[in-house]
Ligand binder design. Sequence first.
Ligand SMILES: Nc1nc2c(ncn2[C@@H]2O[C@H](COP(=O)(O)OP(=O)(O)OP(=O)(O)O)[C@@H](O)[C@H]2O)c(=O)[nH]1
Length: 368
Amino acid sequence: MTRLPDTSQQVADEGEEERVSRLLTGLSAMAILFLLGIGAKAWFATHTHHAFSLWFFAGLVAMNMLSFARSRNRRHQKAGMISIVGLLFGYLIITGGESNTGPLWFYVFPPLLFYLTDLKTGTAVLLFCCLLAVVVFQFPELPLVTAEYSTDFKIRFFATLTFESIFCFVLEASRLKARNELMDMARTHQHAARTDELTGLSNRRDMQHRLNEEYSRYRRSGHHFSIVLIDLDLFKRINDDYGHDAGDHVLRAFSELMQTVIRQTDVAARWGGEEFLILLPDTSLLQALTLAERLRSEVASAEFSFAGQRMPVTISAGICSIAKTGSVDELLKQADVHLYSAKEDGRNRVAPRVRTSPRETSPSGAGS
Ligand SMILES: Nc1nc2c(ncn2[C@@H]2O[C@H](COP(=O)(O)OP(=O)(O)OP(=O)(O)O)[C@@H](O)[C@H]2O)c(=O)[nH]1
């Protein structure tokens, strides 16, 4: 199979991370305003200590924002925000906040937590916070604990928080499942859009895209590349003599053989019908001719058989290097001209033929 780069998952993950990060920045700005405002209210109500504590937390959120603006590290931004919010809720439960309403802010935590972390981490952090709340509720005489809650409040607080957490967990799990299914579907479609169904090679559209990319690389950095345009000889006869299924089998078998001959960095595609194209990056015309000749010779000596019948299979190939042309279109046209001349010269050969001294053997000599 041709090696196709799978970047869709990375692109989607990157997009999601970017969205989460933007949301966090917005939430942080809102949190600062709230903390400053509620802190001011506490100040005017002469709850000076509470006011300073809230402003301190506003300062922490602002520092987290500044640190992210400088480092652009999204993991640190998330971890910082979760830690600050966890500490703030801990403080509000321990002190009761204004009129013992502090624990109510805890309801913000489960959706935020499940959105920012994975389900396992979210559940673990939430359970840890609930455990702390249980300790504070059960042991009001502990140092630093200044709030005392009624039994009714405690029961209702935990019951409602449990329901909320379960709903958040289920919703987030469904969202992730739907997202993963969509990603799988997109990957399958993307793969199908650039792959030839019969052979599993790149299809013409994908190859055209790769040719354009390689051409841009050549224009940018002068890296030469060559192409080999291949046509199976007298393929109509194989279909007529042995049947269409046998023809399909030959196309698949040839594709497999071709991939054992090319390098990891080369790309083979089914260009159409019984035509194939190989893109050879960083390859001169002579190197491409050598490879094409090796492929031609391997095909000629390979055994292609279907349903117990052996079929004669040979190929003709037209080769061209980008150094000889000025555009991808010209390159393809030139390779096609060479392929045509290989066919005209009797098939089972590669073109152009290399001019050699009388004692040297031409790579396209076989079959001539
Ligand atoms: N089995 C099968 N045959 C195909 C497929 N695609 C194209 N063909 C056949 O390939 C044959 C190509 O025949 P021609 O274009 O006449 O060329 P040729 O017989 O290969 O002769 P030369 O190219 O001159 O050597 C046609 O009969 C097409 O039907 C395919 O996917 N499967």
